[in-house]
Ligand binder design. Structure first.
Ligand code: HDE
Length: 723
């Protein structure tokens, strides 16, 4: 990971203020205000009036132009994934992948392919919180030399539904209810669970949505998945099936649900800010691109159908091979021009990659262009700078709303002789795209394959693969979500579905809801056609390879193998006037050298005066920030500072909350008195996540070790913790 010099928030602010004071920004030669047509404006403060106290004149072209433009500043937000943030970066492949694909960007190890990546939530509006319990979009546009390839994925490897026909229904159900537009960015309401309880194909995805994967700590710390099975096509036209994965180099982390809800109030831009600040400070987020490749001949060797988007291929059966790395290294200059106007499309593929018949993917191939027509106002959205291919674009498409290209000549058709036949169709040797010639000989039907009807095995696999704290989080999430559902029959139907996934899971949720699990729910079963036995799909995959647990599905089990780094984790150092300077600065230095981000937080702003009279700059106050915005907290020593903090309810609350959310807490030994005022005072010597030391070098070492473990989930068993 590349690093610029570490800068605190106060350093950044000071630099900006100096720039403004020196007035450097306006010495650029672009200082005159003009209309959109280049006329210099002499007065931008007043509209043109008939006399000092008279009415505004229609003639005021400057006013009308300015106001008309303003009136049209918003474009329709995305119908789903409206809330998002993006960044530029590069992708480089490790080894040529020629055996499987002829895609240029996956073969040339010297090529740095530019990318633009947009992360998003799904359900909320453009201004909604980043911390909703939701799927995260993970859309990557590769600007390859052979044209744009968009990998429009999510941070979960499966989806709610199997057929695109159901997407409008699903989205109507999860969005705020249409009569009162409540609730914003939340699935915890009747219409969502009504639909889910009647659509058992969603069972697997619901397990993911109720898990900690749905409340990531950062976009930089989540996995990404292409979801559908794609095809790789090599130079000889041989096809292999492929699933795409993104593996974050920082490992996976999530927050607690209580924390997520708090962050939604304290900083609804939490993920957006996190991504922006990491890139600004030079801590560039990185992911490895992984692939699971399945030979064409092995298509039917699994106990599920590769075309079913509610199924994943367990990594323990087909390993994920890491084939390249993506680094995000530049923030956009304009949120609107880039993040808002970027148009992704599953159908943007390049030679070497192709589609499968996954019925969800097939439907997406229609939807993404269609939606841009109204969102971006016409068929020329590919000309918007962020959407332009770096490969030359030549065709006979012309005109339309917002056309920017000025085509020359009179020929806009093919075949032609007047332009010497240009532009020509590209043959195979010229890199022309040709679709994989899959053999299809079938009846036209409206139905699903029998192989799509086992809705529960992988939901069970997911639940079984979680550690105890993660299982508890899923149970709690279901109790929360269903607890918000007002219609009792919906809650009951869900209990019935949960029972199919795991009886203990269903019982625990039922206990929380104080409901009995119903024995039989007619409506659900009607969705599985009477002549279909869900268990009838006979895989040819060797039985001994069938698995009941897949550790790669658990965030905690993944951590065991991931990098033990604290790079970019945010640490709060709490101190006040009279603090011991070494106790702040030595620990800060040690944390910074591990790549952590450190904020000094005090009861008052700007600076504190240490016990040796040194002036120490403050980044945030106990009023302007909160423990939920940090990964760990350290209380500095110094008698006067300790005396002040002991009487500061916000400081004690900060610690209580950090403890409740299972975060590492450290204190200089003399600051123990403050920790003794918290409700976890009786845990100080027993809790593995609490470090108290007088030797600051030892303290830093132990604190860094504790932080590398992320959270101390055993605290959740201590009973209800106030905060
Ligand atoms: Fe999307 N989806 N989707 N989706 N999707 C959109 O396209 C759609 C699906 C995903 O940052 C829309 O430009 C249908 C799966 C992402 O701009 C729309 C179906 C996956 C983004 C659309 C799906 C995704 C979108 C809304 C079922 C994961 C945000 C605005 C057949 C593999 C991209 C837009 C960005 C956005 C349709 C299902 C991922 C309406 C019809 C499965 C990451 O076209």
């Amino acid at each position: 990971m590349k690093k610029k010099a570490d800068k605190s928030v106060s350093d950044n602010l000071n630099a900006k203020n100096t720039d403004l004071l020196n007035n450097t920004a306006v010495q650029t030669g672009k200082e005159f205000l003009t209309t959109n047509h280049g006329v210099r404006i002499s007065d931008d403060q007043n509209s043109l009036k008939a006399g000092e106290r008279g009415p505004t004149l229609l003639e005021d072209f400057h006013f009308r132009e300015k106001m008309t433009h303003f009136d049209h500043e918003r474009i329709p937000e995305r119908i789903v994934h409206a809330r998002g943030s993006a960044a530029h970066g590069v992708f480089k492949v490790y080894e040529p992948m020629a055996k499987y694909t002829k895609a240029g960007f996956l073969n040339d190890t010297n090529r740095e392919t530019p990318v633009f990546v947009r992360f998003s939530t799904v359900g909320g509006s453009r201004g909604s919180t980043d911390m909703a319990r939701d799927v995260r979009g993970f859309a990557v546009k590769f600007y390859t030399e052979e044209g744009n390839f968009d990998l429009v994925g999510n941070n979960m490897p499966v989806f709610f539904i199997q057929d695109a026909m159901k997407f409008p229904d699903f989205v109507h159900a999860v969005k705020p209810e249409p009569n009162n537009e409540i609730p914003q960015a939340s699935s915890a309401h009747d219409t969502f669970w009504d639909f889910i309880s009647l659509a058992p194909e969603s069972a697997h995805m619901i397990m993911w949505l109720m898990s900690d994967r749905a409340i990531p700590r950062s976009y930089r710390m989540m996995e990404g998945f292409g979801v559908h099975t794609f095809r790789f096509i090599n130079q000889d036209g041989i096809s292999s099936f492929v699933k795409f994965h993104w593996k974050p180099l920082l490992g996976m982390h999530s927050v607690t649900w209580d924390e997520a809800q708090n962050i939604s109030g304290k900083d609804p831009d939490f993920h957006r800010r996190d991504l922006w600040e990491a890139i600004e400070s030079g801590s560039f987020p990185e992911w490895e691109l992984g692939v699971q490749i399945v030979a064409e001949a092995d298509e039917h060797k699994f106990d599920f159908d590769l075309l079913d988007p509610t199924k994943l291929i367990p990594e323990e059966i087909v390993p994920v091979v890491k084939i390249g790395k993506m680094t995000l290294n530049r923030n956009p200059d304009s949120f609107f021009a880039e993040t808002e106007q970027v148009a992704f499309h599953v159908g943007h593929i390049v030679p070497g990659i192709d589609f499968t018949n996954d019925p969800l993917m097939q439907g997406r191939l229609f939807s993404y262009t269609d939606t841009q027509l109204s969102r971006l106002g016409g068929p020329n959205f590919h000309e918007i700078p962020i959407n332009r291919s770096i490969a030359p674009v030549n065709n006979n498409q012309r005109d339309g709303m917002h056309r920017q290209t000025i085509n020359t000549g009179k020929v806009s058709y093919n075949p032609n002789s007047l332009a010497s036949g240009c532009p020509f169709q590209a043959g195979k040797m010229d890199g022309g795209f040709s679709s994989y010639a899959e053999k299809i000989d079938a009846h036209k039907i409206r139905n699903r394959s029998k192989s799509f009807f086992d809705h529960f095995s992988q939901a069970t696999l997911f639940f079984n693969s979680q550690t105890e704290p993660e299982k508890k989080h899923i149970i709690d999430a279901l109790k929360f979500e269903l607890g918000k559902v007002e219609t009792i029959a919906i809650r009951q139907r869900m209990l019935y579905i949960l029972q199919e996934i795991d009886p203990v899971l269903a019982q625990e949720v039922a206990k929380g809801l104080r409901l009995d699990i119903p024995k039989n729910i007619g409506l659900v079963n009607q969705l599985v056609p009477a002549d279909i036995d869900p268990k009838s799909y006979q895989p040819v995959y060797p039985k001994e390879l069938a698995i009941t647990e897949s550790p790669s599905l658990s965030i905690i089990q993944n951590m065991v193998n991931s990098l033990k780094t604290i790079a970019t984790r945010k640490v709060a150092i709490i101190a006040s006037d009279g603090a011991n300077e070494n106790s702040i600065m030595n620990v800060k230095k040690d944390l910074l050298s591990e790549g952590a981000v450190v904020h000094i937080i005090a009861p008052t702003d700007n600076y504190i005066i240490a016990e040796n009279e040194a002036k120490i700059m403050v980044d945030k106050t106990l009023l302007t920030t909160a423990s939920v915005l940090y990964d760990a907290v350290y209380v500095a020593g110094g008698a006067a500072s300790i005396a002040t903090l002991k009487n500061d309810g916000d400081a004690i609350h900060f610690l209580n909350e950090a403890f409740k959310h299972c975060k590492p807490i450290a204190a200089s030994l003399d600051a123990k008195e403050i920790l003794e005022l918290t409700y976890f005072a009786n845990k100080l010597s027993k809790d593995k996540g609490i470090v108290m030391e007088s030797d600051l070098t030892v303290l830093s070492k132990q604190f860094i070790m504790a932080m590398s473990q992320h959270r101390f989930w055993e605290r959740e068993n201590y009973g209800k913790i106030p905060a």
